[in-house]
Design a protein around this ligand. Structure first.
Ligand SMILES: [Zn+2]
Length: 459
């Protein structure tokens, strides 16, 4: 029995699929204008573990997992427009298509490197514009939306349960949120379903003129097309709970009152870096590709993520990455050449079934002594799989000689009071990507991010 914490009811519930022969799961996917940052990868890894657990429980062919690509968005338009202004050849539509294709390719490569299984469906918003127009027309017909000056807006006060997911009243939300007041809105809370496009923006013909959809309607239309009016689990980052998920619920439940939209809402908490919010202004903002390019294996990133429960904020630190790498190296050496056992260890399955307790599952892996069982159990977490490559088999640099030399220089500097040789050697090591740890106990050198053994020559 799988139990999951449902954001909608704010408690842990037994998971009972609507149809065990077709368990349905939806995750809000990326807006494809740039590389995925590290925080974007957290829900993908979390939901990948859920997907694996559901496949194990109900059978791989009985689980449908949908994750969309938002390929119509003002940031994408701006990126393409900047390229056009810089002299790139092609129409704006072609430049947009090229940018989104390229970004989807990056996204796949990065998520594959993290060991995330590809979903059953990866719908692109631009392939579902017709479904969105139909849904918007239906909402207007039912009195839940209205057209004004080429815009179509959702009438928030027409849906009584608005705010139930995040536990706020509409009036509280108006007081607290940055709602946009616009002349075409009946009420500041109303949100855009459709907006007009002028000639230099991508647009589609609609009953309300040439335009493009708002972001929220996308997930409602695509989940309905691919999963139906009711499905089992809707997941995403906690930052999407309001307004995105509230708006999805309002649109879907008003357009399809016969369905219940998502039964369970699963929200992951945010990611920090070394205890601080990741932001470009703090200089601690990085993409998944940045880490991979620094030589941090995707499996290590995955392991660090899974050490923290999805419902808690997760702190990415270089220290955790180094420890994860050491653990995975040890395990990979142990299970090399060993065939996995037919099933995962009961303790690992039990931990994951308890609201995806990945930290508990990893603790259980540490207790396993049967290596075939370790390999089978780790696979349920997407770890120690052959597909992630044999990065751990590459020989590690032996830095003990250099550590001894640095310790000797330091001992000498204590007497001469000339620390210049120590500083020079430290700087050369850091430049080669070596982490230098000097304490009273001694000198420790660890190959860190971007380690390059060729730069150690001559030291
Ligand atoms: Zn969504």
């Amino acid at each position: 029995m799988i139990r999951l914490h449902n954001s909608k009811t704010r408690r842990k519930e037994e998971f009972r699929p609507i149809d065990p022969a077709n368990v349905r799961l939806y995750l809000c996917g990326p807006t494809v204008y740039d590389r995925a940052h590290l925080g974007n990868a957290r829900p993908v890894v979390v939901i990948d573990v859920l997907y694996r657990l559901l496949r194990l429980t109900y059978g791989a062919e009985h689980v449908t997992y949908v994750r969309n690509f938002t390929d119509v968005d003002d940031k994408i338009n701006a990126t393409a427009l900047a390229r056009k202004e810089a002299g790139a050849a092609g129409t704006l539509e072609e430049l947009i298509r090229a940018r989104t294709e390229e970004t989807i390719g990056w996204y796949h490569a990065d998520m594959d490197a993290l060991g995330a299984l590809r979903p059953s469906h990866e719908p692109r918003a631009t392939d579902f514009i017709g479904a969105m127009i139909a849904m918007i027309g239906d909402l207007i017909a039912k009195g839940h939306a209205y057209e004004k000056d080429g815009h179509v807006l959702f009438r928030v006060r027409s849906y009584q349960n608005y705010g139930a997911l995040s536990g706020r009243s509409v009036d509280d939300m108006i007081a607290g949120a940055r709602v946009e007041v616009a002349p075409f809105k009946e009420d500041p809370m109303d949100f855009v379903l459709w907006k007009p496009s002028d000639a230099d923006l991508p647009g589609w013909e609609s009953p309300w003129g040439r335009g493009r959809p708002g972001w929220h309607i996308e997930c409602s239309a695509m989940s309905y097309e691919l999963l139906g009016a009711s499905f089992d689990i809707h997941a995403g980052g906690i930052d999407l709970q309001f307004p995105h998920h509230e708006n999805e619920i309002a649109q879907s439940c008003c357009a399809h009152p016969e369905g219940g939209f998502a039964n369970i809402w699963l929200h992951n908490e945010m990611l920090q870096v070394e205890g601080k919010k990741m932001s470009k202004s703090l200089g601690n903002f990085f993409t998944v590709r940045d880490l991979l390019d620094q030589g941090i294996p995707g499996e290590v990133i995955r392991f660090v993520f899974l050490q923290t429960h999805y419902g808690k904020p997760m702190d990415w630190t270089a220290e955790k990455a180094a420890q994860a790498e050491a653990t995975l190296r040890k395990w990979r050496a142990l299970v090399a050449g060993i065939d996995p056992a037919p099933s995962a260890a009961p303790a690992v399955i039990a931990a994951l079934s308890d609201d995806l307790n990945t930290a508990g599952a990893i603790a259980a892996l540490h207790q396993l002594t049967d290596l075939a069982e370790l390999k089978a159990s780790a696979a349920l977490l997407g770890l120690l799989e052959d597909g992630l490559g044999d990065w751990a088999a590459a020989p590690q640099a032996d830095l003990s000689g250099l550590a001894e030399k640095l310790a000797g220089l330091r001992a000498k500097a204590m007497e001469t009071k000339d620390f210049a040789p120590v500083d020079a050697m430290k700087a050369a090591l850091v430049a080669a990507g070596v982490e230098v740890r000097m304490s009273k106990a001694g000198v420790e050198l660890l190959p860190g991010a971007g380690f390059d053994a060729t730069k150690l020559e001559g030291l």
